[in-house]
Design a protein around this ligand. Structure first.
Ligand SMILES: [Mg+2]
Length: 188
């Protein structure tokens, strides 16, 4: 699988260097941005696996752009680029949900492993997020079904087991999931 990357840096030479390193390593550099605004727009358009984002850029800085990209889910992962080792940045990078950062000057030996790790972490995070959403959905379903069951038990004087079976039978007849039927019955 060829990963799509967007590079954002206000220095042309830096963009060219990184682009060359990534292309040599088999990545597909789909777009390049020279400020934070372009970075956000291009990520929205291309939905890359990774955006490599310089922190200090005009119009909109890299951290703000990264924040927007992460919260809007425009890219799978974000790797920040900084000119110096900054302890504060490490904290900020993880707080906004970036997968990592690299310190300039950049060379292939440090960039490519950081890129691989960022994408792998981004994928893991996405999977966990999906599992969490599914789990939330199941818990929600369970809540609706329990409430519908309670309603049937009190209105029709059914046992819990009878109420459950009644729900299941109606759901099958009406081709609804138990959760859909339950939400109709409880009016939600
Ligand atoms: Mg810069």
């Amino acid at each position: 699988m060829v990963y799509k990357v967007v590079i954002a840096d206000d220095e042309t030479i830096m963009r060219l260097d990184i682009s060359e390193m990534l292309t040599n390593a088999g990545y597909d550099v789909v777009a390049q941005a020279k400020d934070g605004i372009e970075a956000v727009k291009l990520c929205e358009d291309y939905n890359p696996d990774l955006v490599i984002m310089d922190v200090k850029m005009p119009l909109l800085d890299g951290l703000s752009a990264a924040k927007k990209i992460i919260s809007s889910n425009y890219a799978l992962s974000v790797l920040l680029l900084t000119a110096y080792s900054d302890k504060e940045l490490v904290k900020t990078a993880s707080e906004i949900g970036a997968q990592g950062y690299v310190v300039k000057p950049i060379d292939e030996r440090s960039l490519i492993p950081a890129v691989e790790l960022a994408i792998a972490n981004g994928r893991n995070y996405q999977e966990l997020d999906q599992q969490l959403e599914e789990l939330k959905g199941k818990l929600e379903d369970r809540k609706y079904i329990d409430r519908a069951k309670g309603l049937l038990m009190s209105e029709k004087q059914l046992t819990e087991d009878e109420a459950y079976k009644t729900l299941r039978t109606i759901a099958m007849e009406k081709r609804l999931t138990m959760s859909e039927l339950s939400r109709i019955l409880i009016g939600e």
